[in-house]
Design a protein around this ligand. Structure first.
Ligand code: SF4
Length: 109
């Protein structure tokens, strides 16, 4: 029987932020850039938010957490919700077809 892959937990993400970032992440400087308010339909500055993720040492773990937990809102690990869904679809296709993602198919984080 195939084992179920381990999901990244929020505790693991928080622990990595504490240990690798001394409790600091770039998104703390401007949390409003990373999530939409109820009255917003688009991000204030999505490029800036993603650039901040690009400087974050825990970006890969942050993205893993969002993917593993099917986060529907916000920018995590440099990807917005649509990009995460696209990545999941490609991962699903890769798994189904047994082909690894090429470097061009992998997200730039
Ligand atoms: S990757 Fe982006 S959203 Fe995740 S902790 Fe780092 S700065 Fe924040």
């Amino acid at each position: 029987m195939a084992s179920t892959p381990k999901k990244t937990t929020h505790d693991e993400l928080v622990t990595a932020i504490r240990e690798e970032q001394d409790g600091y992440t770039p998104c703390m400087e401007a949390p409003d850039l990373f999530f939409l308010r109820d009255d917003q339909t688009s991000y204030t500055d999505e490029k800036a938010a993603k650039a901040m993720c690009g400087r974050c040492p825990v970006a890969a773990l942050c993205l893993d957490y969002a993917l593993d937990n099917n986060e529907q809102h916000g920018i995590w690990g440099g990807l917005g919700q649509r990009q995460r869904m696209s990545l999941k679809r490609r991962e699903w296709d890769r798994t189904r077809n047994g082909k690894p993602l090429t470097p061009r198919q992998k997200p730039m984080v």
